[in-house]
Design a protein around this ligand. Structure first.
Ligand code: TLP
Length: 333
């Protein structure tokens, strides 16, 4: 039985072209600044996002943790969306590494409630921590791959400017947002001081995430990355796959969105709620549902007691989407 793996887009295998690029990558010691392939990837990322500089990371979590550490001082408060990955799914690095206090606020499917943000901002007094950073997530994982609107990002930016705060965007799937909306990533990036994005999700590179921002921010980030153990040596071997991801794998994300739409419609869900490559199904008992799926060769993740998440990607074809849909419907009956 061939397994249909819908646990995540992180399961995607590198393409033939990526493997060839990795095989022949020119490399050097990147901690000493000698790896030409890493430099090429970083320059490409900075250029695509309209930022001064970029830095290659082994994971999105490390890049997010680094961004928070650079933007904050110990004891500060950080405004986060209440279901955001950075807050809920990254081992609590806000507290553990940056020693800051997360201040969760509500959103409309990832679009932060502007009044709530304003109310949450605090100023340094003798007895209160001060807010220094707002984090946004686009697309929003646990809101079913929802795309945060440019208007919302602009409003957040305006508040940040008004109160002297920084904005960090967890754009692990920012290219999904971009191909859905037609808005270039450069445009989204205008409204954040730093953006993290993943090469290892829908773009199918085996490893890696990027952090982009201004020169000063990236220089500080380089030091924190080293502190966290993320200084890598002849890492051009994986950066080479990242270059293929950015130059050849972006447009095809549309296909993944179509797969998600077909699946959502087939299950009678409102496809507008799942605009990109993630579908979340509410069931009585998510773990039980996932176990039944697994017995029939479909893998998905229970992300809460009553929610099952399906993620569509390059390594599931349309026929497999149909099969997964039929199996889900049978279990739901
Ligand atoms: N998300 C993974 C799991 O951790 C749940 C997934 O399968 O979706 N930001 C967002 C929005 C993410 O979805 C993820 C990974 C990260 C950050 C962290 O990236 P990595 O896994 O590279 O540390």
């Amino acid at each position: 039985m061939k397994v249909i793996d819908l646990r995540s887009d992180t399961v995607t295998k590198p393409t033939e072209k990526m493997r060839m690029a990795m095989f022949s990558a020119e490399v050097g010691d990147d901690v000493l600044g000698d790896d030409p392939t890493v430099k090429r990837l970083e320059n490409l990322a900075a250029e695509m996002f309209g930022k001064e500089a970029a830095l290659f990371f082994p994971s999105g979590s490390m890049a997010n943790a680094t961004a928070v550490k650079v933007h904050t001082n110990e004891g500060d408060e950080v405004i986060v969306e209440e279901k955001s990955h950075i807050y809920l799914m990254e081992m609590g690095h806000l507290a553990f590494i940056s020693r800051v206090i997360p201040r969760p606020v509500k959103s409309d499917r990832g679009n932060l409630d502007i009044d709530e943000v304003k109310k949450a901002i605090r100023f340094s007094r003798a007895y209160t921590p001060k807010t220094s950073l707002i984090c946004v997530e686009n697309t929003h994982n646990y809101w079913g791959g929802a795309v945060v609107s440019l208007e919302n990002l602009k409003e957040i930016w305006k508040i940040a400017e008004e109160y002297g705060l920084k904005v960090h965007m967890d754009g692990a799937r920012i290219f999904n947002a971009s191909v859905y909306s037609g808005i270039p990533v450069k445009e989204y990036a205008k409204y954040a001081h730093s953006v993290m994005f993943s090469l290892s999700k829908g773009l199918s590179a085996p490893i890696g995430s990027m952090l982009v921002g201004d020169e000063e921010f990236i220089e500080k980030a380089r030091r924190i990355r080293k502190l966290l153990g993320g200084g890598m040596r002849q890492v051009g071997v994986i950066a080479a796959a990242g270059i293929v991801a950015l130059t050849e794998m972006v447009e095809r994300l549309k296909e993944d969105h179509l797969k998600a739409r077909i699946f959502a419609e087939g299950l009678g869900l409102n496809p507008e709620l799942f605009p990109t490559n993630i579908v979340i199904l509410e069931v009585e008992n998510a773990q039980d549902f996932v176990n039944k799926l697994k017995e029939r060769g479909v893998l998905a993740l229970a992300i809460s007691p009553r929610e099952v998440r399906f993620v569509f990607h390059k390594d599931v074809n349309f026929e497999e989407v149909e099969i997964a849909k039929v199996i889900c419907k049978e279990i739901l009956r």
